[in-house]
Design a protein around this ligand. Structure first.
Ligand SMILES: C[S@@+](CC[C@H](N)C(=O)[O-])C[C@H]1O[C@@H](n2cnc3c(N)ncnc32)[C@H](O)[C@@H]1O
Length: 337
């Protein structure tokens, strides 16, 4: 009789092959091809020129992982993950393959070093290397697209009703949070700062708002105060703080205070550690500690940081997806100098 535990152990220790199969399928657009009718190994092989025995094995592996199902010898997209793997879906999240191939595979190989010394020898989060963020941007944008929509739904009848707000997105990525907000209230004006290579991507994606002078993008370091940015009503820090340690984050929050009006607020969007038995939370926490000098936040840790920097929590919004938004205001009793 088969030893099931040993079987399961082998599956766990051979997961990289499964992961790479999924990443290759996403890279090649295999799921899209299958949903468009190239639904047998033979059709994929003759239409795309794929090596027949390899594509047969790949499809079988994807079927065993529930990404595909097989009906009368033809493959179909499995229901479970279909919203995330088909490019035409609004929830498409398939660009993760790029991030893994360009960055995470290499980063993860430094984990033993990190366990032994507490340092991976890499700090890619603060990196100006264009490869790092260019490979992450498509994935981050697909994640942000979903979170931004969820955020807007919750800000309707509240903040979005206030007119003529100026917002500043620090570490803006593609700028999707700002653009989504600007599209909701036409009287708002947006400013955003990120490193050069990322700002180029944001510029290409937001030509309309830029030419209408509703959005201004600056290349720069978010730890430096940009004197061209006017007084700001709302600062966005989305998935930026987890790349930095407490000391750096306090410094960042002090920089933020230079921009904010006395009535100004900060919106923080972060992956949180709320449940130690949730493996997605623990995986992200470990990943963030490898990628930069920070990690995920427990709610208490985040609140303590903002308290130390002179802000108080005014709102908490749970988004669809793995992150939570916290809204902080200047705390008049403990103003930063
Ligand atoms: C994880 S991404 C988040 C992007 C976007 N805010 C989002 O939520 O999708 C972090 C961003 O912060 C930027 N960033 C990190 N440290 C920075 C620094 N010191 N100066 C400028 N940008 C920085 C990175 O270039 C990257 O675009």
């Amino acid at each position: 009789m088969k030893n099931n535990v040993y079987h399961d152990y082998l599956v766990e220790t051979w997961r990289p092959i499964e992961n790479e199969t999924v990443f290759s399928a996403l890279e090649l657009g295999l799921f899209d091809d299958i949903s468009h009718g190239l639904n047998t190994p033979e059709k994929l092989s003759s239409s795309k020129g794929y090596h027949l025995p390899t594509i047969e094995r790949v499809l079988l592996t994807l079927k065993n992982l529930d990404f595909l199902k097989e009906v009368s010898g033809e493959y179909q997209i499995g229901d479970k993950y279909s919203p995330y793997i088909l490019k035409e879906s609004p929830f498409y999240n398939g660009d993760i393959w790029l991030l893994h191939k360009q960055l995470i595979r290499d980063l993860a190989s430094h984990l033993s070093e990190m366990i032994v010394s507490g340092q991976s020898g890499l700090n890619v989060f603060a990196s100006k290397d264009s490869k790092v963020w260019e490979s992450a941007m498509p994935f981050l944008n697909s994640l942000a697209k979903i979170s931004a929509k969820s955020l807007i739904d919750q800000l309707k009848n509240g903040l979005l009703e206030e007119d003529n707000l100026k917002i500043l997105d620090l570490g803006c990525g593609t700028g999707i949070y700002t653009t989504t907000l600007l599209k909701e209230n036409e009287s708002w004006e947006g400013f955003a700062i990120d490193i050069d290579s990322v700002i180029q991507i944001a510029k290409d994606r937001n030509e309309d708002l830029i030419s209408q002078k509703r959005m201004t993008l600056y290349q720069g370091d978010i730890f430096d105060v940009n004197k061209e940015v006017p007084e700001i009503d709302l600062v966005i820090l989305s998935n930026v703080m987890h790349g930095y340690n407490d000391q750096e984050n306090i410094e960042l929050l002090k920089t933020v205070s230079h921009y904010l009006k006395p009535s100004g607020k900060i919106i923080v969007n972060e992956f949180m550690l709320t449940n130690p038995s949730d493996n997605l939370e623990s995986i992200f926490d470990l990943f963030f500690s490898l990628v930069g000098t920070g990690s995920s936040f427990t709610p208490a840790h985040l609140l303590q940081l903002f308290d130390e920097a002179g802000y108080k929590k005014v709102d908490e919004i749970s988004l669809s997806g793995p992150s939570t938004v916290y809204c902080f205001a200047n705390d008049k009793n403990e103003k930063i100098d």
